[in-house]
Unconditional design. Structure first.
Lengths: 487, 215
């Protein structure tokens, strides 16, 4: 369920600061240039008027081109779902919830052991997202390591879509061919490529590289998706002090320039392609060099990128409930709560990013529900306080008087359903809690996950669609390259 | 209107959480000559039990249960003098006298307990807040109570619960005693020889057990 943001976003960047970052981005793209490993992207930029050095694979993009591309970028994006009742609109006013992705390990629900992730984990986690009312889209939480790696994208989609009626956002695709096969599969589900163009039930992340590189496979895949009007999610991930400047401002700048560069390529070739501005920076711990996704500086870059996206009128996906904790423990709780909250308060469109530990590496089913619970609290906060005749309840206050109570008032009864209701949070007394086994929230979450998996039945795909998906996967496994193309 | 229809109207007034409708239906039923006990048992209480069981199943909110209990209470205020007149007695799970102790005016928790008890089938005599010790004893004698419940939220008013415990002993009444409230601990309850419940729904369970012990 999509929430309406009523609270004005907090500003981590003033209007002047946003203008400065925009102008500095334009300067970098023109003067320093951007490395473009994709031949098609280089050609598009050259044909659009950018200065290109073919030998060095560098493009020097003039500001007018970047601005023109921004004008062609849609301000509203609809993320369609297999079942249209789960469609999501991104317009800067609504907030929706996605999963995080894409990890390599899963904390096993039964053994508690951290093990390589499987296709079954993708299927189960997608089923959970389908069941959770306020979760809106599924991004593969983990990759299936029990299937051929060169076809991982196809298996991720297959496992998910058999359990999911909501929108599917593919994790990073590294090759144009992966995009081709994913598009084939999504077309099979909706009944053809023209149907998919009308209602793209998938979108796809395109990971850019810092400092300023448009990589080969990712960029080509992004262009392939754009060709069919499928929303593209270019993602910047500067490591502060390593692949980006150590200062939040500098990393906001370098990430912003990356997004503007890829958006220019996409809009010049396929104007009007829905593009979602995405940012997942990492901090570096100065004593050990360890990376952390939600230290305060990285959180500030996330908030900064969200505000740059809003500055351009582009939908965004950034930050959310992320952290470097190894367990669904106290560290996970505060890292995720703080980053998740600033994401929502700064103006995030796609928030939540629920379910992973260890810097996007490890799925914890228990954490998935804990993150979901936190997300639901955050969006309620973002609704702010509505003040009108009904909410002020002056008449009711008069009727109750100084010594009465409000519990049986019509006004109370009318609004009771609007009050935030916990899924796994236990507000009860110690006695009541103890009576039911004195469980930690992690244990409660585990039981809830088991309950959902035992009871929730997503609408299945037609048998012939299932068979067609299997056929495409088989074809993909045979034809997809086992190694990336050499840049 | 048949008496059957009238009882249905009583029941649904409670299910609809409608205090005004409950009062109107009760007046109408009396006018039609229905027995007050029948009005309660086959009408109002039936509705309240339905609401209570839906609340237990998680289908209704606490405030809806309270609203139903308050509608019942409003109807009972009309019926009680009639019951007294006819010298009949209603079969109930037990009779409970409740109040917030003297010096303390925090009563929302006690109100919730009163509503939950009513919904569970107890007859509740709610003395309100800032209730002196003697008043608890008087009322318990008058209604032949099974249980006295005393609530205290302030650390400074908690000792009154001991005064009440002593007064109950002195009175020689065969009545069980339960204490609750934010400033009360199980240790304190034990010290003064009272039962204890930490929240409203466990209070209902504890009081059910106290009544059983008494029998």
């Amino acid at each position: 369920m999509v929430y309406v943001r009523k609270l004005k976003p907090i500003e981590v960047l003033s209007k002047d600061a946003r203008e400065d970052i925009h102008l500095a981005s334009l300067e970098l793209l023109k003067e320093m240039g951007v490395k473009v490993y994709s031949k098609e992207a280089l050609r598009i930029l050259e044909e659009s008027g950018a200065k290109v050095d073919q030998e060095k694979q560098m493009a020097y993009i003039p500001p007018y081109l970047v601005e023109e591309a921004l004008k062609k970028t849609p301000k509203y994006v609809k993320l369609c779902a297999r079942n249209p009742k789960y469609d999501v609109i991104l317009d800067g006013k609504h907030i929706c919830c996605s999963t995080d992705g894409t990890g390599m390990y899963t904390i096993d629900l039964d053994t508690g052991e951290r093990r390589p992730s499987t296709k079954d984990d993708v299927a189960k986690s997608a089923r959970i997202i389908n069941a959770l009312e306020d979760a809106d889209l599924y991004y593969p939480l983990v990759t299936p390591l029990d299937f051929p790696k060169h076809a991982h994208v196809l298996h991720e989609f297959d496992a998910a879509i058999n359990n999911l009626e909501k929108h599917f956002m593919s994790g990073a695709t590294y090759l144009r061919e992966e995009a081709t096969y994913l598009i084939k599969m999504a077309s099979a589900v909706v009944g053809g490529i023209e149907e998919l163009r009308k209602r793209p039930i998938i979108s796809a992340v395109a990971c850019m590289m810092s400092p300023l590189i448009l990589p080969l496979g990712e960029t080509d895949a992004a262009l392939e998706f754009s060709k069919y009007g499928i929303p593209v999610v270019p993602m910047t991930m500067p490591l502060l002090g390593a692949t980006g400047p150590i200062t939040p401002a500098g990393s906001v700048l370098i990430g912003n320039a990356q997004i503007l560069a890829i958006n220019t390529v996409i809009q010049m070739k396929y104007p009007g392609t829905p593009v979602i501005y995405s940012s997942f920076p990492l901090s570096m711990e100065m004593k050990t060099g360890a990376f952390a996704v939600s230290f305060p500086e990285a959180d500030l870059v996330i908030a900064g990128h969200i505000q740059m996206a809003r500055h351009y009128g582009m939908p965004n996906l950034a930050g959310g409930n992320i952290g470097s904790a190894k367990l669904p423990d106290e560290q996970a709780a505060y890292e995720k709560a703080l980053c998740g909250l600033i994401t929502v308060l700064a103006g995030g469109d796609i928030c939540g990013t629920i379910g992973l530990l260890e810097n996007y590496m490890v799925l914890s089913y228990e954490q998935l529900l804990i993150d979901y619970e936190m997300y639901r609290m955050m969006v309620k906060l973002a609704e702010g306080i509505d003040v009108n005749e009904d909410t002020l309840a002056l008449d009711t206050i008069y009727r109750v008087g100084p010594e009465g109570h409000f519990m049986a008032e019509k006004h109370t009864l009318k609004h009771a359903k609007d009050v935030w209701a916990p899924l796994i949070t236990d507000p009860r007394s110690h006695q009541a809690w103890k009576k039911e086994g004195g469980k930690s929230v992690v244990e409660v979450a585990r039981e809830k996950v088991r309950e959902i998996l035992a009871t929730h039945e997503p609408e299945p795909l037609d048998e012939d669609v299932k068979r067609e998906l299997e056929r495409i996967i088989k074809e993909g496994e045979e034809n997809l390259p086992h190694r990336p193309h050499n840049p | 209107m048949s008496s059957e229809e009238c009882l249905t109207e009583l029941k649904s007034s409670i299910e609809n959480l409608d205090k005004e409708a409950a009062v109107e239906a009760t007046k109408k039923a009396l006018k039609m000559g229905l027995d007050p006990i029948e009005i309660i048992e086959k009408g109002l209480a039936k509705g309240l039990r339905e609401v209570g069981s839906r609340f237990e199943k998680g289908e209704l909110f606490i405030v809806e249960l309270i609203a139903a209990a308050e509608a019942m209470k409003a109807a009972m205020e009309i019926l009680e003098p009639e019951i007294l007149k006819r010298k009949t007695k209603r079969e109930v799970l037990g009779r409970v006298v409740l109040g917030t102790v003297a010096g303390d005016i925090h009563d929302i928790g006690k109100n919730i307990v009163a509503s939950l008890l009513t919904a569970a089938g107890f007859e509740v005599y709610d003395l309100g807040k800032d209730v002196p010790v003697e008043k608890f004893i008087e009322k318990a004698k008058e209604v032949n109570a099974d249980v006295i419940g005393a609530s205290a939220l302030l650390t400074t008013t908690v000792p009154i619960q001991k005064d009440l415990a002593d007064a109950i002993k002195r009175s020689g009444l065969n009545v069980k005693y339960i204490v609750g409230g934010a400033a009360v601990t199980p240790q304190w309850a034990e010290e003064i020889g009272a039962a204890y419940a930490e929240d409203a729904s466990s209070a209902v369970e504890v009081i059910k057990n106290l009544v059983k012990q008494k029998e």
